[in-house]
Structures are given as structure tokens and as C-alpha cells.
Design a protein around this ligand. Structure first.
Ligand code: PGA
Length: 240
């Protein structure tokens, strides 16, 4: 399987710059014959019917587990269906730790979107105080983030993203990523991405770690030329 690369825009890019970004990347993937799976998660207001011709999928960073209803500030599947969006990010650390989503809510959301056959990128990862307690506490913490989550679902991609590495420029050691990915890959056969301060300068080394099936990138991917460079490196990094 070819390595996967995903860009999470978080609260960045406008509707206009998102459209330009997606069209540019779609053309680039076609022109360069790049067959890796590529995902972009724009803000909800920038979602649209993009009609991508390449292996690029556009997903939503979040949605509530409803078709429609009275859930102020949320979107449901009626809004996603309008644009044919069938990919969702669930369990991202910013939703868990800043927006306060509980494991129970995350599990409900997972099951809802699983039943609809969505491609789910499911994120897990430990905060710094847990990492400092060592590997067994870290793995125990991550295990709880799999509570109620069906890892046999064929359309899930898991992303390991240590909370303390997200947006900080800090990256775990190669040994730490290798150890955690090896342990996690014993639990499921679906792809396992690494995320947290992936940049043009470190992506090649990260992709070379065993059991890293690709990357989920935030800040390092928001400039189009940087994202293209990382796609090229991902493409050249070969099959797993
Ligand atoms: P970062 O974010 O690349 O800015 O660290 C990664 C993520 O949150 O997915």
C-alpha cells in the first residue's frame, strides 16, 4: 500500500484560498501521476463540490452525528451530502482537549459515521504529563481512546498524534514513534499515520520508520509549495 498524506487546515484558509489550494493540488497529483491517497480537511465553510480528478479526497474536520436539527454551530450529513463529502476526522486532540469532546461523544460520532460508510481518520495521542510517566502509561492512555471504537472497520485510518507534539515543533524520537506504532499496529490492520509537527524537513525520516503508513499534517502543510514538496517525498518513499 502506498503511503497516505493528509492536511488538516484547522481554522486556516478562506473559502477562496481553499478552492485554489485544492484545485492546484488536484492538478499537481494528475500531472505528476501521483497515486498516493491524499486528504485535505478544510474549514466547514470552505467545503464545496470540488470534483477532484485525482486521488485527492476532501473531508470535514468535524460534524455532528445527525442529518439535521437544532444543534447551533454544528453541521450534519445534509450539509455534507450536498457536496458529496464522505470523509471525516474524528477524535482530533483539539476537539478532545480544547472543545471538550468526551470519549463517549467521540464514540457515538464514530459509530454514526461508520454506519454511513464514511472514511474516518481517527486520532489518538497522549498529553505531555502522560508521556512523562513512560511508555506503559502512554499505551494505557491511548487504549482508552479506543474504547467503543471498532478498529475492524475497513474504512478507518488511525492517526497517532501526541498532543504535546501538535503545533509545537516538538517531535518524539524516532525510537518513540517506532515503539508506539509497533504496539498499536498489533491491535489493527488498518493504516496508521503519524501526526504532530511534521514538516518538509522531517517528513522523510518519519516516513522511513517501520509501521508509519503516512502522515497527518497541520501547520506544516498550509503553504501549497510545502504541501507539494511533502507529497513528492511521500510518493518517493515507496510502498510500505
Ligand atoms: P501540526 O498539527 O502539524 O501543526 O503539529 C498536526 C495535527 O493537528 O493534525
Amino acid at each position: 500500500m502506498k503511503k497516505i498524506i493528509a492536511s488538516n487546515f484547522k481554522t486556516n484558509h478562506t473559502r477562496k484560498s481553499t478552492k485554489e489550494f485544492i484545485e492546484n493540488i488536484d492538478k499537481f497529483l494528475n500531472d505528476e501521476n501521483i497515486e498516493n491517497e491524499v486528504f485535505i480537511f478544510p474549514t466547514a465553510v470552505a467545503l464545496d463540490e470540488f470534483n477532484t480528478a485525482s486521488n485527492l479526497s476532501v473531508g470535514t474536520q468535524n460534524a455532528y452525528y445527525v442529518e439535521n436539527g437544532s444543534f447551533t454551530g454544528e453541521i450534519g450529513t445534509d450539509q455534507l451530502d450536498e457536496f458529496g463529502i464522505k470523509t471525516i476526522l474524528i477524535g482530533h486532540s483539539e476537539r478532545r482537549h480544547i472543545l471538550g469532546e468526551s470519549q463517549k461523544e467521540i464514540t457515538t460520532k464514530y459509530n454514526y459515521y461508520k454506519a454511513l460508510g464514511y472514511k474516518i481518520i481517527y486520532c489518538v495521542g497522549e498529553p505531555l504529563e502522560i508521556k512523562e510517566k513512560g511508555i506503559s502509561d502512554t499505551l494505557g492512555y491511548i487504549q482508552e481512546q479506543f474504547d467503543g471504537i471498532d478498529l475492524d472497520y475497513p474504512n478507518v485510518i488511525v492517526a497517532y498524534e501526541p498532543v504535546w507534539a501538535i503545533g509545537t515543533g516538538l517531535v518524539p524520537s524516532v525510537e518513540d514513534i517506532e515503539t508506539i506504532h509497533k504496539k498499536l499496529k498489533k491491535k489493527f490492520t488498518q493504516p496508521l499515520l503519524y501526526g504532530g509537527s511534521v514538516k518538509t524537513t522531517n517528513i522523510e525520516e518519519i516516513l522511513s520508520i517501520p509501521n508509519v503508513d503516512g502522515t497527518l499534517i497541520g501547520s506544516g502543510s498550509w503553504k501549497i509549495e510545502d504541501f507539494k514538496q511533502m507529497i513528492k517525498i511521500t510518493n518517493k518513499n515507496g510502498e510500505k
